[in-house]
Design a protein around this ligand. Structure first.
Ligand code: ZN
Length: 352
């Protein structure tokens, strides 16, 4: 059972599937036995990582490491990678969905499609996974792939990563900047929102530009959620949420997962792991003020970003809870932030 003083963290975003995809089949056993990744079962047990959203992400041909270097400059504006054709993206999308399925077959985790299943996992020491897509490149505009992936367990989707897709436009890795960049959702993107509402697939606003965000607010009948984004008022990065976006999230009874990526936490936008956890507490306070205690969780970006050295990986989540405790977070709020808020919003979104 979950200890109220040390509740398991159910997390809004990780890139385990990308890492597994890039490292090949041999990496699967490493997920079970231990590895150099941010998340594996031994680290999850040590740090109280109960599971979360496992993102399918189609990498662009250019390297992520160039991006991390550029984000160490005082100001940066990285050009967006080119659009990836759907027929190329679908293959990688299915390959990563298959990785999650195989991890389940190996007994490493359980793919969950209801909050009852997630709760059962948290109570029984099984890692709970939601199949999520970050950037819908692999989805065709007839939504055939979406239909099949839904049957395979897909319950959450971001219409874009930062590249443009058939559905909308994302924000570049630009600092300082806001997300008011380019046009909103395409007609196919508006259809995607309606179909996700009908199926009960959560829509993720992280990475979407401002015009796209406001289109979703207008069209969607589900809570507005950003799985891994921070407060723009503290870290003025294009990826973060402005106070008026936070107000819309509150109005819809949605939520925000606080991103551990240091470039979206720090006031100076730098990708520097030497980032004290105090800055996370400042984002937490700002979010509590603007959206309330019931609408905040975590979205670590583990295995996809540079995180504060004081956390390091899933085992280091212990230090995050200690910092929260020192900051005055009581038992009740601790449980909400660690997983109850995610369960509440998922239950509403999935129409349970
Ligand atoms: Zn992301």
């Amino acid at each position: 059972m979950t200890d109220p003083a040390f509740p398991l963290i159910f997390d809004g975003h990780n890139d385990v599937l990308l890492k597994q995809f890039q490292n090949g089949p041999a990496a699967r056993q490493g997920f079970i036995d231990g590895s150099d990744a941010h998340i594996d079962l031994p680290k999850a047990r040590q740090g109280g990582f109960g599971g979360g959203f496992f993102a399918i992400y189609v990498p662009s041909p250019n390297s992520r490491f160039d991006r991390l270097d550029a984000m160490c400059q005082p100001k940066y504006d990285l050009p967006l990678p080119d659009e990836i054709p759907q027929n190329e993206a679908v293959q990688i999308t299915l390959a990563q969905a298959a990785i999650l399925s195989r991890l389940e077959s190996m007994g490493a985790l359980k793919i969950c499609t209801s909050t009852a299943e997630i709760r059962h996992c948290l109570d029984n020491g099984v890692m709970a996974a939601i199949l999520h897509i970050e950037g819908a490149e692999g989805i065709d505009t007839d939504f055939d792939v979406l239909e099949i992936l839904y049957r395979a367990g897909l319950r959450s989707l971001g219409p874009v990563w930062s590249r443009p897709t058939a559905f909308g436009h994302g924000v570049p890795f630009r600092y300082p900047s806001d997300g008011d960049i380019g046009p909103g959702l395409t007609n196919a993107g508006k259809d995607l929102v309606r179909i996700c509402n009908q199926l009960g697939i959560m829509l993720d606003m992280s990475h979407l530009n401002a015009a796209g965000f406001w289109d979703v607010v207008k069209i969607s009948d589900a809570p507005i959620v950003a799985t891994h984004s921070n407060a723009h008022a503290i870290s003025p990065h294009a990826r973060n949420l402005t106070d008026d976006q936070l107000a819309a999230i509150k109005d819809s009874d949605g939520m925000v997962g606080i991103n551990f990526a240091v470039g979206f936490l720090r006031e100076d936008g730098q990708m520097d792991a030497d980032t004290p956890l105090d800055i996370m507490m400042r984002h937490l306070d700002h979010l509590i003020e603007h959206i309330g205690e019931d609408r905040i969780g975590f979205g670590s970006d583990f295995d996809g970003a540079t995180v504060p050295a004081d956390i390091g990986d899933a085992a280091g989540l212990v230090h995050l809870r200690t910092a929260m405790r020192a900051h005055g977070v009581d038992d009740d709020l601790m449980v909400k932030l660690c997983h109850e808020n995610w369960l509440r919003v998922l239950g509403k979104t999935w129409d349970e």
